[in-house]
Write a protein that binds this ligand. Structure first.
Ligand SMILES: Nc1ncnc2c1ncn2[C@@H]1O[C@H](COP(=O)(O)OP(=O)(O)OP(=O)(O)O)[C@@H](O)[C@H]1O
Length: 267
C-alpha cells in the first residue's frame, strides 16, 4: 500500500522449546518505525525469552526475525547490534568497577575500530576517534541526566540511575530499535515519571522502542501498540485501549479492577 512505512521489526512464527516447555509459541508481531511497542503478560508468559530470541542471545526452535527488511536469523548478538538493535536487561548488567562514562563507552564497541580494552588502557592520551567516543558518551550521559555522575564508579549509583545508565549504554551503539526489559522496575514514581519523559524524547528523535514492563500505567501512557502474551502465545494485540478492554487480557493478566483503574491512562 502506498504511504505505509514497512515495519522496522518483523517477528514471524517465533518459537522456542526448552525440553518439554514451549516458552514462545509461534509468536507473530511487527513494530512500526518511530513507535513505542509494548510486550506484556503474566510472569512466565515468555516476554524476556522473546527479547532473548530477538536479540540473538538464544537460538529459536523456529521462526524468523527481520530488522528493516533484513533477516537476523543465525546472527550472533553483536552482529544484531551492528545491524541496529540494542537492548537493556531486566537484571541490570554493567561493569560495576568501571566509571559511568566508561560503561557508556563499552556500548560503542560496535562502532569503534579500536577495542574498548585498548581505549581504556590508553586513557589520558586519546586519539581523535577515542576523543569523539568520550564526547559522545558525555552527550548520552547529559541526555539521560547523569552528567554529574560521569566519573563515579557505576556500582555506586542508586538503582534508578543505574537503569538510566543502562539506557545510555544501549544508545551508544546508535540503534534503530531499542529493546527495554522492565525499564521502570524498582523505580519510585518520580523516577518512573522522568523515565516516561526520557523515552518520549527518544521517540521524538525517531527511535523505535520495544518494551517489556509490568507497570501498566507506564505501559499505557507510553505505548502506541501492545502485544499480549500468555503461556508463550499471543492472546491479544492493539492500542492500549483495545488491549485494556479485551476480555482475554483482563482474564489472563490485568484483572477487572486494574482494567477499570487504567481507564483514561492512555497517551
Ligand atoms: N533457559 C531456559 N531454560 C528453561 N526454561 C526457561 C529458560 N528461560 C526461560 N524459561 C522458561 O520459559 C518461560 C518464559 O519465561 P520468561 O522469563 O520469558 O517469562 P516472562 O514473561 O519474561 O516473565 P517475567 O514477567 O516474570 O519476567 C518460563 O516458564 C521460564 O521458566
Amino acid at each position: 500500500m502506498s504511504g505505509m512505512a514497512s515495519p522496522l521489526l518483523e517477528v514471524q512464527d517465533l518459537t522456542v522449546r526448552f525440553r518439554g516447555l514451549v516458552a514462545v509459541d509461534h509468536v507473530n508481531f511487527t513494530v512500526e518505525p518511530g513507535t513505542v511497542h509494548g510486550l506484556i503478560g503474566p510472569n512466565g508468559a515468555g516476554k524476556t525469552t522473546c527479547f532473548n530470541l530477538v536479540s540473538g542471545l538464544i537460538p529459536p526452535s523456529g521462526g524468523t526475525v527481520r530488522l528493516a527488511g533484513a533477516s537476523l536469523d543465525g546472527l550472533p548478538s553483536w552482529k544484531r547490534t551492528r545491524a541496529g538493535l540494542s537492548r537493556t536487561f531486566q537484571n541490570i548488567r554493567m561493569f560495576q568497577e568501571m566509571t559511568v562514562r566508561e560503561n557508556v563507552m563499552t556500548g560503542m564497541h560496535a562502532r569503534l575500530a579500536a577495542s574498548i580494552p585498548e581505549i581504556l588502557a590508553r586513557f589520558g592520551r586519546f586519539r581523535p576517534e577515542e576523543r569523539q567516543a568520550k564526547a559522545r558518551a558525555d552527550e548520552l550521559l547529559a541526555f539521560v541526566g547523569l552528567t554529574d555522575a560521569a566519573d563515579r564508579r557505576a556500582g555506586d549509583l542508586p538503582y534508578g540511575d543505574q537503569r538510566r545508565l543502562e539506557i545510555a549504554r544501549a544508545l551508544a551503539s546508535g540503534p534503530k530499535l531499542l529493546l527495554l526489559d522492565e525499564p521502570a522496575a524498582g523505580m519510585n514514581p518520580t523516577e518512573t515519571q522522568a523515565l516516561v519523559g526520557l523515552l518520549n524524547r527518544l521517540k521524538q528523535d525517531g527511535l523505535t522502542l520495544l518494551l517489556v514492563e509490568h507497570d501498566m500505567h507506564f505501559v499505557m501512557s507510553l505505548c502506541d501498540r501492545i502485544t499480549v502474551l500468555n503461556f508463550g502465545r499471543k492472546i491479544a494485540e492493539g492500542s492500549p485501549r483495545e488491549v485494556r478492554e479485551d476480555p482475554a487480557v483482563i482474564e489472563a493478566y490485568l484483572g477487572a479492577k486494574v482494567a477499570e483503574k487504567l481507564k483514561g491512562s492512555e497517551a
